[in-house]
Design a protein around this ligand. Structure first.
Ligand SMILES: [Zn+2]
Ligand SMILES: [Zn+2]
Length: 418
């Protein structure tokens, strides 16, 4: 690879040459698709061996070119006249995830969607049955697209695109295609999240909570000042900021939070939409979540817990864990001591909710989006119900047995935010 880079005069030059080569072969592949095959084959190998090439390719418009390749190959009329078309699509689809999810997420996914990725993938779903096409396509439909839909701009773009593709999506051949079950999940997620998207855009001011634990006041964002050191905590007043700096030990965390801001790519509108999404999903599943918590706390009354929101395969999946403990094989670098301290300082008005999304190439990353309550009635109620003798049969029965208590608890929960 070093020789290729040297020959081209640099990484950026090589990336430009490769993309030019793909564009030219795409225009002429009626004559000889061998060229396209060699270009895609090279990209597949280069991608694995040279990480530096990926950003260079992306900077030179890889997503547009690559989506063009998929669109041309996926049509029902065969542009290659039988030559290696399945293999070409296989190469293109195998390459796609690491580019789609390259950082900063979700910029490249948006570029691909704008270039017509959805209709290209729908066509491929319609026109192919070969395993070497369907296997990498299934991975993208199952693991990559639904996970990307937790991002505001991807979701917005997907919803818009899907509405223009309505006729194809509703067609009988599409519904009969082998990939349809995966598309159905994508469509359901789009429909489910549409109200969250609409509400999010209608409400101008997001809500905040004072990060001085003993205060925890909730109100409109404009009523709060943000810490100018880390830009990640909010206070209702100067005394609250002072108290949290010393007593809440924000002093010790501020610099670390500031540093992580540069590596944390989820911010601004993407982050505030994720808060809205987590909040909507929390409210929709509140009964189940409360029962889950009651069941868990009954078995382990003295344990600090957190809720894990998985946004990696379409609809959210919510699980419960002990603070500081990850599900096996994950390490997201969460400062548990910091969060446990904040939770304790809030006197039952903060619940830890950890949100997991997909980052590059299908890997996961997590960030804490705590739930903030107006008072401690819910956490106290949870502990009270959990202390009652539990029926045999586990968490499933908790809901039936303590239904009135859980409903009462839900009513006390009004006005919580994420
Ligand atoms: Zn700070
Ligand atoms: Zn305050």
């Amino acid at each position: 690879m070093e020789e290729y880079i040297e020959g081209a005069g640099g990484t950026s030059e090589l990336a430009l040459l490769l993309l030019k080569h793909v564009d030219v072969s795409l225009a002429g592949f009626m004559d000889d698709s061998q060229y396209l095959l060699s270009a895609l084959g090279f990209l597949n190998r280069a991608q694995v061996r040279n990480g530096a090439l990926r950003p260079a390719l992306l900077a030179h418009g890889m997503m547009r070119t690559h989506t063009g390749v998929l669109a041309a190959l996926g049509r029902s009329a065969d542009p290659c006249q039988g030559f290696a078309r399945e293999m070409l699509i296989n190469y293109s689809l195998v390459l796609l995830p690491s580019f789609l999810c390259a950082e900063p997420m979700p910029r490249h996914a948006i570029q691909a969607l704008k270039a017509g990725l959805l209709s290209a993938l729908i066509n491929i779903s319609l026109n192919f049955t070969d395993a070497q096409v369907l296997q990498p396509l299934e991975y993208i439909l199952k693991k990559i697209l639904p996970a990307a839909m937790a991002h505001y701009s991807v979701l917005w773009r997907m919803v818009t695109m899907l509405s223009t593709l309505g006729a194809v999506v509703a067609s009988r051949p599409f519904k009969a295609s082998r990939m349809y079950p995966f598309w159905r999940v994508i469509l359901e997620v789009a429909v489910d999240r549409l109200p969250v998207l609409t509400d999010y855009e209608a409400v101008r001011e997001s809500m905040r909570a004072c990060d001085n634990g003993p205060c925890s006041k909730i109100g409109g964002k404009s009523a709060f000042s943000r810490c100018s050191g880390c830009y990640s905590v909010y206070y209702c007043s100067a005394p609250c900021q002072k108290a949290d700096w010393r007593l809440g030990r924000h002093r010790e965390a501020c610099a670390t939070l500031h540093a992580s801001r540069h590596t944390d790519l989820l911010r601004g509108r993407e982050l505030s939409f994720m808060r809205a999404l987590v909040h909507a999903d929390y409210l929709a599943q509140r009964t189940e979540i409360l029962c889950l918590q009651i069941g868990y706390l009954n078995q382990r009354p003295d344990v600090d817990i957190y809720l894990l929101f998985w946004y990696t395969e379409g609809k959210v999946d919510i699980k419960i864990y002990r603070v500081g403990v990850y599900p096996p094989t994950y390490d997201w670098g969460i400062d548990w001591a910091y969060w446990a301290r904040r939770k304790r300082a809030s006197g039952g008005r903060m619940e830890l909710h950890l949100v997991v999304t997909t980052c590059w190439a299908g890997g996961t990353c997590a960030r804490m989006i705590p739930r903030r309550c107006r008072d401690a009635r819910v956490s106290e109620g949870l502990a009270r119900i959990a202390a009652l003798p539990m029926p045999r049969g586990g968490e499933d029965v908790v809901g039936d047995m303590y239904e009135p208590l859980v409903i009462a608890l839900k009513e006390e929960d009004e006005g919580s935010i994420h």
